[in-house]
Design a protein around this ligand. Structure first.
Ligand code: ADP
Ligand code: MG
Length: 373
């Protein structure tokens, strides 16, 4: 059952011609956890606010449980929203903060008490109910904000960068808590973030947006392994995917990706797709993730046609990984993720193999993924 449906939704502010949200189409399943991700200003919050009724819908329709909500006031949409700045009432106790929305609805006191205590137990803030917000840490305050949303038992949770104000460690911890909570409560949730790691770790599905336009709607695995275009490919993954400009060349029945400095043999399966799409002698962009390049000699044997040489420039030791920056004669140094045991001297020549089965190809003009990759 579709819980939230967007049908050709647009948002235009004032007299501006260019919409900040354009032709947004999406069907969110019941109980699904959907993440909207994209760079700052791409229209994530605007889209969320249109669902909540905090912004008018310029064009198109939004349905919640098959009911068109375009003209429905926010309070009748049965939605609870959690923001980045949790906006608690400073003079009220935690208990009163959580109970506030229910009081407004004139729920009986004993029911309110049950709801607040149940939410506090789920969120492990039972011991703080008598405190004031300033007596809590940032993480605890964010939990109170979640508690306020939970007790309303809404049809839909909308969360707009709820973890952005927390420090890194707490952010990671709250990620798992929010997922656990959402699964436990089974409430359809739309979660907005600009952080690709949050999107990848939290979403059942991810909606990648850029410049007001949906780029791809898919599972985290497919977003990572099968991005539809160069924008999506570069937006997820850290360090980001390497892109190398080059062209395709057929020789002795084999297909090669070549630059002025080197050639990489394209595996048969991928080659077929690329040839069928007419890329045999065309310029193209190769995309390869840092973890799909290897300095391990075993890989040289696996990909004898894809071993190239470069000059080591510098590295970043990340603890479990080392990122090498290697000059391969292209515009940008190639970033290679290796085991930290591997150690090189500046300007040392190093050889590495490219896992061409994991390579992606993009049209040089349209930036769309090509060759069935
Ligand atoms: P995101 O949440 O992805 O960072 P927003 O949805 O907040 O992006 O904003 C999308 C675009 O809409 C931005 O370019 C922003 O400047 C513009 N915008 C947001 N609110 C208004 C407004 N009230 N009037 C005009 N432009 C706005
Ligand atoms: Mg925003």
């Amino acid at each position: 059952m579709s819980n939230i449906l967007f049908n050709h939704v647009y948002k235009t502010y004032g007299k501006e011609k260019k919409p900040v949200v354009q032709d947004f189409n999406l069907s969110v399943d019941n109980k699904e956890f959907i993440v909207f991700v994209g760079p700052s200003g791409c229209g994530k919050s605007t889209t969320l606010r249109m669902i909540a009724g905090l912004e008018d819908i310029s064009e198109g329709e939004i349905f919640i449980n098959d009911r068109k909500v375009n003209d429905l006031p926010p309070k009748n949409r049965d939605i609870a929203m959690v923001f980045q700045n949790y906006a608690l009432y400073p003079n009220m106790s935690i208990y009163e903060n959580i109970a506030f929305g229910l009081r407004l609805r004139k729920m009986p006191k004993s029911d309110i008490d049950l709801a607040v205590k149940r939410a506090a137990r789920v969120l492990e803030i039972e011991n703080y109910l008598n405190r004031k917000p300033r007596q809590l840490s940032g993480g605890q305050r964010q939990r109170v904000a979640l508690g306020r949303a939970i007790v309303r038992e809404p049809q839909v949770f909308l969360m707009d960068e709820p973890l952005s104000n927390l420090d890194a460690k707490l952010r990671v911890q709250m990620r798992t808590e929010i997922i656990r909570l959402q699964k436990q409560l089974g409430v359809t949730t739309i979660y907005v973030t600009h952080d690709q790691t949050e999107a990848m770790t939290m979403g059942d599905r991810i909606v990648v947006m850029n410049d007001g336009v949906i780029q791809q709607v898919d599972t985290p695995e497919r977003i990572y392994n099968n991005p539809v275009n160069r924008f999506v490919a570069s937006f997820v993954g850290s360090p980001p995917m390497n892109f190398i400009d080059g062209s395709m060349l057929t020789e002795n029945g084999k297909l090669y990706f070549q630059t002025r400095r080197f050639a990489l043999e394209v595996p048969e399966g991928k080659a077929k797709g690329l040839i069928a799409e007419g890329y045999s002698n065309k310029s193209i962009v190769l995309g390869i993730r840092p973890e799909n390049v290897s300095v391990d000699p075993i890989m040289f044997e696996m990909y004898p046609g894809a071993v190239i040489q470069g000059v080591y420039k510098l590295d970043e030791l990340m603890g479990a990984d080392r990122y090498l920056y290697v000059d391969i004669g292209t515009k940008q140094d190639l970033v290679v993720r290796v085991n930290p045991r591997n150690f090189f001297q500046p300007d040392e020549k190093i050889r590495f193999a490219v896992d061409m089965n994991s390579a992606l190809f993009f049209d040089a003009k349209t930036s769309l993924s090509v060759g069935g990759s």
